[in-house]
Design a binder for this molecule. Sequence first.
Ligand SMILES: *[C@@H]1O[C@H](CO)[C@@H](O)[C@H](O)[C@H]1NC(C)=O
Ligand SMILES: *[C@@H]1O[C@H](CO)[C@@H](O)[C@H](O)[C@H]1NC(C)=O
Ligand SMILES: *[C@@H]1O[C@H](CO)[C@@H](O)[C@H](O)[C@H]1NC(C)=O
Ligand SMILES: *[C@@H]1O[C@H](CO)[C@@H](O)[C@H](O)[C@H]1NC(C)=O
Ligand SMILES: *[C@@H]1O[C@H](CO)[C@@H](O)[C@H](O)[C@H]1NC(C)=O
Length: 950
Amino acid sequence: MLLSLLLTGTVPPSRGRSTGQPEDVDECAQGLDDCHTDALCQNTPTSYKCSCKPGYQGQGRQCEDIDECEDELNGGCVHDCLNIPGNYRCTCFDGFMLAHDGHNCLDVDECLENNGGCQHTCVNVMGSYECRCKEGFFLSDNQHTCIHRLEEGLSCMNKDHGCSHICKEAPKGSVACECRPGFELAKNQRDCILTCNHGNGGCQHSCEDTAEGPECSCHPQYKLHTDGRSCLEREDTALEVTENNATSVADGDKRVKRRLLMETCAVNNGGCDRTCKDTSTGVHCSCPVGFTLQLDGKTCKDIDECQIRNGGCDHFCKNTVGSFDCSCTKGFKLLTDEKSCQDVDECSLDRTCDHSCINHPGTFACACNKGYTLYGFTHCGDTNECSINNGGCQQVCANTVGSYECQCHPGYKLHWNKKDCVEVKGFLSTSVSPHVSLHCGKSGGGDRCFLRCHSGIHLSSGLQEAYSVTCGSSSPLRSKQQKSNDSAFGDVTTIRTSVTFKLNEGKCSLKKAELFPEGLRPALPEKHSSVKESFRYANLTCSPGKQVPAPPGRSSTPKEMFITVEFERETYQKEVTASCDLSCIVKRTEKRLRKAIRTLRKAAHREQFHLQLSGMDLDVTKKSPRTSEQQAESCGVGQGHTENQCGLCQPGEYSADGFKPCQLCALGTFQPEAGRTSCFPCGGGLPTKHLGATSFQDCETRVQCSPGHFYNTTTHRCIRCPAGTYQPEFGKNNCISCPGNTTTDFDGSTNITQCKNRRCGGELGDFTGYIESPNYPGNYPANTECTWTINPPPKRRILIVVPEIFLPIEDDCGDYLVMRKTSSSNSVTTYETCQTYERPIAFTSRSKKLWIQFKSNEGNSARGFQVPYVTYDEDYQELIEDIVRDGRLYASENHQEILKDKKLIKALFDVLAHPQNYFKYTAQESREMFPRSFIRLLRSKVSRFLRPYK
Ligand SMILES: *[C@@H]1O[C@H](CO)[C@@H](O)[C@H](O)[C@H]1NC(C)=O
Ligand SMILES: *[C@@H]1O[C@H](CO)[C@@H](O)[C@H](O)[C@H]1NC(C)=O
Ligand SMILES: *[C@@H]1O[C@H](CO)[C@@H](O)[C@H](O)[C@H]1NC(C)=O
Ligand SMILES: *[C@@H]1O[C@H](CO)[C@@H](O)[C@H](O)[C@H]1NC(C)=O
Ligand SMILES: *[C@@H]1O[C@H](CO)[C@@H](O)[C@H](O)[C@H]1NC(C)=O
């Protein structure tokens, strides 16, 4: 008792106040103590005590870390012991995991998860695992996938090449055997001898290489099992309790007894579960990081870190013995802090979407530009608008890439809604080439002018109070030559004129002109025109100006309004004559134009300025209604009255001209679009259920067609959609063409996902490249065949990563991917598969060149593959092979993520292809990109490569 008092450093009471009753000061709380930072301070009635925290030793004012690992028992750890301040940590070699006691290491059965990544059979062995292939196959170089073995083959493709691990073609048709990492080639040059470098030589605890192979031994507290590999706890050191049942009541009692009897580590390890230290206060049991000492002070129990705040993991937490692992949902990536999950920004990767990409947490979506349709998840193909209800065109529909246009039969012109056709009346049918022409002629007391638009009509909105109509196409030089009115380019001179008329009274109007009340007298005979000009482009704008302030006492406030017309005319070299050169022609033309504009101005003031669009005469302006004429107001063509305003007719309605309000489509017709001049007949004499039908589905067909079919109005039967088209809806009269260059495998398709591109994908670069199944990541088409050849530059070898491959297993190997030296089936094969394989695999090509073939049959389909490759300097051959043949690359979840992470693969390939690029990546960047365990794996390989003799 005295001893312990002295040792814990009791401070004499004289330091307290001596006046009257001694008043206690909590030195600990007030920070007046002089305990060591690694000590606990405990207040006493008159003073305080210091005692070192667990894991530290000393007198309280002085504490130092106990190095639990320093004793001959290695802290009780059977593999590695790591001392840390106040504690220690046991770790196991790759291929082992910590046992529940926190000290022993047990073999990991890699085969339990995903078959160890083995294509056929996985065999677990102490410290590692190995893949085996079924009869008739042999293991490929990557030691995980299998290759069909030929009866008759040359050298390595031969059934009995004799190499126990890896067979390499050698000159003169012979073979050279190689071994997997951690094995050495035997004297017979065929067999491979295990070393301690692979799976700890198959030893559970310690391994030592000898001439006869690895020799196993055990931690002092264990003894070697008769199998010569495993270690068993010795009777005398083993505690009666098994790991899991450490805290049962009976055992607890035994421990308490033991503690009372023998309080020294020399006897029965002081009763400690594992690490025992004799300290001044008696035995001190400790548990490694990840374990807690139970209340009995002796036993260690695994901490379930996931119970507290999910272990700090963003998404998932999985408890393991002595530790825990975080993981993320699909579409997220575990950051190198191994806790946080970050959304993978798929849009920042190359080739994610053909057009635009929208990243969402955990996923992404592709979208296509107008006029294109999404297929195969990420691709955009031109939409064939004409296949859907004829593009809405009244007469002819012509599809173009990214768009389409409606066309009209001879004798018709396209309405400016660009869909309907209007009959061309009178002289307009002449095939005059100019886009715009201006004609004025005497009529009544003055001039009347017509601006005729023949093509390139564009009408901007605001049909009532203001509008803008452009005709033809403006000269491409327009923007460059803005300051001068004229521009000369080669033998063409463009003349531009702009004129604005201000009318004091009236309003903009684009309505059918009531030109000749006496009847449809043909318009002006062209011969008598006083003005006759053609232009390549005209822009007519009408807009109301300010309200004219009304004089007091007058309510009528006429508006002023402005009409602006811009004309563009071209003068050609060919008009030049001997007496008049180009500039003379230009001058003459300009003079003529000035006269024309004077005439036009007069006509406009007389309201005799008309616009002819698609063969229909329209007023440019109208006098403000003085009286209550409003009732008779008419709307533009394709428009109708809605609540006293003009608006586009709704689907199911039409208006043949602007005078009549919108009308419902008659029985037997339908109109899916707004603003149209007519309705489409159902065809075949079919009636509709009601007026105002909006789609063919309202037509009363004799049978209802299911998706994948269309209704033929001649035969009144449902017909399967032909190959290259699909129809997802019931009761349609058409099938939709597949977008772009895609087609369907069969007829009767019901879904756009059945539209597939048949082009074999990929880009074959000298340094990096990729191959891709057709239509990837959509399902590949049936009966397709692709071949690629990778032919690297001299002194370079090929490294391939298959992140994942989807081929339907049900197909009996009908769809397959094979990589070999040449198209000959008995040439050296590097890789072949006909099944889905979601774990990534990396391998080097067995031949310098690679011939790759992908074939599918008419059976099931799947996503296929996107396989990147890189060519690297053959000087690195040994190092790269050492890495890709190491099972640890495939066994760890983290490492698999690397091979699936497109950004990481790109960075890795970038460095492999051009090693100087390594310096582009800072140490910080590579630490952030790669998990620590991956860097450790690489570092050990690279240092072994650089210093092969230790
Ligand atoms: C003790 O071990 C048995 C069998 O190993 C197990 O079923 C039981 O749950 C364990 N009890 C405790 C308290 O861990
Ligand atoms: C037509 O002219 C008006 C007024 O000058 C202008 O605002 C408009 O942008 C022009 N339109 C085109 C297509 O150039
Ligand atoms: C409908 O069937 C008739 C008769 O077999 C055929 O001539 C016509 O081309 C078919 N129509 C369509 C749109 O396939
Ligand atoms: C589609 O096919 C046409 C003609 O075969 C070709 O010119 C065009 O480039 C192809 N488009 C795409 C996106 O493959
Ligand atoms: C097409 O198929 C996909 C996947 O099978 C489905 O999600 C989608 O809804 C289908 N589309 C239509 C229009 O039926």
